[in-house]
Design a protein around this ligand. Sequence first.
Ligand SMILES: [Zn+2]
Ligand SMILES: [Zn+2]
Length: 127
Amino acid sequence: MDCPRCSVEMQEITHEDSTLQRCPECGGIWVVDPADLNKMLLHANLPALSTIGGFVNVDEISGMCPACNVDLVVVEGGEKRSLAYDTCESCGGVWIDGDEDEPAAELDWDRANAQVVDFFKRFSKKK
Ligand SMILES: [Zn+2]
Ligand SMILES: [Zn+2]
């Protein structure tokens, strides 16, 4: 699977029966299965993705789903809509941009999980 931003082959990170894909170039993470994402969120005492909500920005041009090759949809949220994630309406996959200038070459599950959870913690703040 290639990164929707840089077209670089992503690395697979697995834990039990969950799978994430991570781009070593930009540090972004692709959550393959929305059920896995909800598991991660509930574990961190956050609401499920459908409850967190957000605002779809149809004007924003985004990348392509690495699984289905359809356009991703941009969903904005967080304080003053300062955050955004991308999602595929076809497979439900979710893309979160990396926020480090020089992302680590490799990431283990715990740190990848923490990156996703931290993003949605900020994303779910409504103001
Ligand atoms: Zn990338
Ligand atoms: Zn898809």
